[in-house]
Ligand binder design. Structure first.
Ligand SMILES: Nc1ncnc2c1ncn2[C@@H]1O[C@H](COP(=O)(O)OP(=O)(O)OP(=O)(O)O)[C@@H](O)[C@H]1O
Ligand SMILES: CC(C)(CO)[C@@H](O)C(=O)NCCC(=O)O
Ligand SMILES: [K+]
Length: 243
């Protein structure tokens, strides 16, 4: 049996098809319609979607695909399970915790025991603390890289993404508006994550997300490209048995 796992974030959709040779992909929401669904769903008996956005469009599209196929079931989760055995929530309202944060913690746990710092550099940058005993010990949410820049473009009159300026992708002080904003946003992200790593040296960092590759390289850490999908895969057996 093969399963199609989808991680529907606020910016993009990522997927993994679990076969003996798993395949991965990612796209913008606007590109979903033109995907080759026939080959993507070939041999797939279950589709499992974790969604943090209000992605009615994706849901409708998948429901249409499932309706025209026999033996293919759609499972949609938009909040953490409150009572997954072996995981202890700290939110008084666990359903308010982003399902991507929860899954990234489950995914990281697959790779390593001990105290973990799960860092997802996506649309937002989130950091979550997972104890050795799988207790969620809280976390942080701050704007991601693109959103940080966007806040400046939108809320000031003269901070403008001039078309004739170029971002060098570095951390040095900027010499035009675009570089000042871009390098500033990068430094803010790096300094934020580093300060937490410094305060919790016993926690192993796991960095994932669209900006995670850059962040991990800058911090000299490994990059884990698919922690949310790893978490979905972990969940599969236990979750499906409840359906
Ligand atoms: N091709 C791309 N399209 C969009 N964002 C990109 C791209 N490449 C890198 N990024 C970066 O990835 C970040 C978005 O992360 P990601 O792709 O993980 O989105 P997401 O899964 O929607 O995020 P989240 O799960 O937090 O909602 C943006 O801040 C952006 O800077
Ligand atoms: C913080 C984001 C946007 C990160 O993708 C997501 O996990 C989310 O919408 N969370 C809900 C709020 C919370 O986690 O407390
Ligand atoms: K502006």
């Amino acid at each position: 049996m093969s399963v199609l796992l989808l991680d529907a974030g606020n910016t993009r959709v990522k997927w993994k098809k679990t076969t003996s040779a798993p395949t991965f992909g990612r796209c913008e929401y606007a590109e979903l319609q033109s995907l080759d669904w026939d080959s993507l769903l070939d041999g797939v008996e279950r589709i499992l979607v974790a969604c943090v956005g209000n992605q009615e469009f994706l849901r409708e599209l998948l429901q249409q695909q499932v309706a025209i196929r026999h033996n293919c079931v759609l499972h949609w989760i938009d909040q953490p399970l409150p009572d997954l055995s072996g995981f202890e929530h700290c939110y008084p309202h666990p359903e308010r915790l982003g399902v991507d944060r929860w899954l990234a913690m489950l995914g990281a746990r697959q790779h390593r025991p001990g105290d973990l710092l799960v860092i997802d550099a996506g649309t937002a940058l989130t950091i979550d603390f997972l104890s050795t005993a799988n207790h969620h010990d809280g976390g942080f949410i701050v704007p991601g890289l693109a959103m940080t820049r966007q806040a400046l473009w939108q809320n000031t009159r003269r901070v403008i993404p001039w078309q004739d300026e170029q971002d060098d992708g570095l951390l040095a002080p900027g010499r035009d508006t675009l570089q000042c904003v871009s390098a500033g946003a990068r430094r803010q992200q790096v300094a934020f994550v580093r300060s937490i790593m410094d305060d919790y040296p016993g926690h192993s960092p796991f960095i994932t997300g669209g900006d995670g590759d850059w962040l991990a390289t800058t911090l000299g850490q490994p990059y884990w490209p698919e922690l949310v999908l790893d978490g979905l895969e972990t969940l599969c057996a236990g979750y499906f048995s409840r359906c």
